[in-house]
Design a protein around this ligand. Structure first.
Ligand SMILES: CC(C)(COP(=O)(O)OP(=O)(O)OC[C@H]1O[C@@H](n2cnc3c(N)ncnc32)[C@H](O)[C@@H]1OP(=O)(O)O)[C@@H](O)C(=O)NCCC(=O)NCCS
Length: 180
């Protein structure tokens, strides 16, 4: 658990996870602009949402308001995390963990064996979360983030269908449930 999450001021929050819909985009774009130097546009989200068979996008709501979201792209036996973000007011309260747990669980149910993503080399908070989920760095994409000319770390889980991985997810699920 992060120092922030241990702070009693930072109480657990009620979170409901649902499919992302067009009506969520106003809040999604607000969060997007808060957390990324080059936020996704409305049209990019709409394009992603329209690809129903190969994409899953979800939102985390607290008291009816979107406080986080994430998406995944499915290609054959691989599932790729395309985006994950949480409103800074809700950081450190397991919202990101719940979003990723939901998507990874769905990916495995859909038959994915490999999970992958890119993350900024400097984004140690996100990397910590991914490492908890068993992602390991396998390569670097030079200058992947063109706005800052920053490199991306490619992180992968290559045994998503193994018993060992199922147990890892079970442990994360129990931690999240205890924290509620
Ligand atoms: C990355 C992000 C989604 C995590 O969401 P979150 O709801 O704050 O994360 P959680 O509370 O579920 O924490 C998950 C794990 O992240 C890591 N983490 C969270 N906050 C941290 C902090 N302040 N310092 C170090 N690690 C931290 C820990 O490993 C934590 O697990 P733990 O609580 O068991 O220690 C969030 O920080 C965010 O929106 N960042 C901006 C967007 C972004 O960088 N997205 C990723 C792009 S690749």
């Amino acid at each position: 658990m992060s120092a922030l999450a241990r702070d009693p001021e930072y109480g657990a929050v009620d979170i409901e996870i649902t499919r992302m819909r067009r009506r969520h985009l106003r809040r999604v774009l607000t969060i997007e602009a808060k957390v990324y130097p080059r936020p996704w546009s409305t049209s990019l989200f709409l394009s992603e949402l329209s690809q129903r068979t190969t994409r899953t996008y979800i939102v985390a709501k607290n008291e009816g308001e979107v406080v986080g979201y994430s998406g995944m792209m499915f290609t054959g036996r691989e599932a790729h995390v395309t985006n994950i973000a949480v409103d800074p007011d809700f950081h450190g309260r397991k919202v990101g963990t719940r979003l990723l747990l939901y998507l990874v669980t769905e990916a495995i149910a859909r038959g994915a064996e490999i999970l992958s993503l890119e993350v900024r080399v400097t984004n140690s908070v996100a990397q910590n979360m991914y490492e908890k989920f068993g992602f390991a760095a396998v390569s670097v994409r030079k200058g992947y983030y063109i706005e800052t000319n920053e490199d991306a770390l490619v992180m992968v889980v290559d045994d998503a269908r193994s018993t060992q991985y199922r147990l890892r997810l079970q442990k994360i699920r129990e931690e999240v449930d205890q924290w509620r």
